[in-house]
Ligand binder design. Structure first.
Ligand code: PLP
Length: 430
């Protein structure tokens, strides 16, 4: 398994995120010490083994402190008032936008739109760009691997505009091949929307190549980065996708905040999707005009403390040795795949050679929820269910899988605790 970055950071040193080579070597124990949630027993004598970071990541103390300070000291609305608290809150909120720009290596801060999360970012593009640009017979190209958040918004707009959703099938290993993608592109494809990393299977998609192919066919590209931005170094300029979306809460930041990156020219041309305060330039009863980017898409009071928390999470991540972190996560993932192979009833779901973070599996004759409940009693937290990826479940002919997913803090010992818990599960089912 490899988690080699798909997209190399840009050569433009003036704007690229700080090089991780200057950070101290990756030390997982030092990282773990910064996560208060890891310092607890979930049941008597059972310390937490957290293997559900694909659902949401734990938060380091610096992020918790940043959010606390935003409410304890700088509690004010942003952009509107001249008083000191509002000035401080605005500076931190807009500072977080600058951190996101640097982290993604976007060219301009105007291209960074704060949204509630990945789901809202995709809905924004579907409702704004999609309603303005899609018509009868136009095609929206998705993959079989997508999360429901990257399926349903397109179905809604396709139904309204008479457009069609076309799906690239995956292989039984959970891969989207370049050939399969190319075969589904047509002159009617107006937009291709695909995930960077599958949340159900962990497959890393060849997003740069898929983006090139879609652009060659004249289509726009949206990349769902919910799982990608956490485990890969993303450079939106090198990737060249038109839109890239992610959620803060999977990136060690608070929930309620996420990012839509969009190319400036597209964001300029698109209509606003929600109306209200902050997104306007001038309002009369005869009509209204819109604020400049990025505010045109940020109607109403934003998630201020959450955005400040996201800025803190990004600064914290920038201080880590990313090469070391990726190597560590890869080693734990490989250890996991090898050790899960010891279990007689277990079938690994998602065996693509390019994978990050996720170990999905089923156990013959045992419902994933039963396994998850027994594991919880051992202090091991995993996810069970369809993972908001029912087409992936359908592919395998199951309604649910169990999923262990890794974050920056996981170790081989966490995997070993999972495997001994699963051996107990197997023994309980005879
Ligand atoms: N896309 C992928 C690949 C995801 O894993 C998720 C969440 O699990 C989402 C989209 C939706 O993210 P959110 O619920 O934070 O909006």
């Amino acid at each position: 398994m490899s988690v080699t970055p798909e997209v190399a950071p840009s050569e433009d040193a003036s704007s690229a995120a700080p090089a991780s080579s200057s950070a101290p070597a990756f030390d997982v124990e030092a990282v773990r010490a910064q996560f208060p949630a890891l310092q607890q027993e979930v049941h008597p004598g059972k310390p937490l083994v957290y293997l559900d970071s694909a659902a949401t990541a734990l938060k380091p103390q610096v992020v918790i402190d940043a959010v606390t300070e935003a409410y304890a000291k700088d509690c004010a609305n942003v952009h509107r008032a001249v008083h000191a608290l509002s000035q401080r809150a605005t500076a931190k909120f807009e500072g977080a936008r600058d951190s996101v720009r640097r982290f993604l290596n976007a060219e301009k801060r105007e291209e960074i739109i704060f949204v509630r999360g990945c789901t809202e970012g995709i809905n924004l593009v579907a409702q704004s760009w999609g309603r303005a640009n899609l018509g009868p017979g136009d095609e929206i190209l998705l993959t079989e691997l997508e999360h429901h958040s990257n399926i349903v918004p397109w179905q809604l707009v396709a139904e309204e505009k008479g457009a069609k959703v076309v799906v690239v099938p995956m292989t039984d290993a959970g891969e989207i091949t370049v050939e399969a993608f190319r075969a589904k592109l047509s002159e009617r494809t107006k937009l291709a929307a695909f995930t960077h990393v599958s949340n159900a299977l962990g497959t890393i998609l060849p997003v740069a190549e898929l983006t090139r192919l879609a652009h060659d066919a004249g289509a726009k590209v949206l990349v769902d980065g919910a799982q990608g931005v956490v485990h890969q170094r993303v450079d939106v300029r090198a990737l060249d996708a038109d839109f890239y979306v992610f959620s803060g809460h999977k990136l060690y930041a608070p929930s309620g905040i996420g990012v839509l990156y969009g190319k400036e020219a597209l964001l300029e041309a698109m209509p606003p999707w929600q109306g209200g305060g902050d997104m306007i330039d001038r309002v009369t009863f005869e009509g209204s005009s819109w604020n400049d980017l990025p505010y045109k898409y940020e109607a109403g009071t934003p998630a201020i403390a959450q955005a400040i928390g996201l800025g803190a999470a990004i600064e914290w991540l920038e201080g880590l040795d990313w090469d070391g972190m990726i190597a560590h996560e890869t080693a734990v993932l490989e250890h996991g795949a090898a050790r899960l192979g010891e279990l007689e009833r277990l079938t690994l779901r998602g065996t693509a050679p390019e994978k990050a973070s996720v170990l999905g599996f089923t156990l013959e004759g045992i419902h994933p929820t039963d396994a998850g409940t027994i594991l919880d009693a051992q202090g091991v937290a995993i996810r069970t269910g369809h993972h908001c990826a029912q087409p992936v479940m359908d592919h395998f002919g199951v309604t649910a899988t169990a999923r262990a997913s890794l974050g920056v803090y996981n170790t081989n010992e966490d995997i070993d605790a999972l495997v001994s818990g699963l051996k107990k599960v197997e023994s309980m089912f005879g």
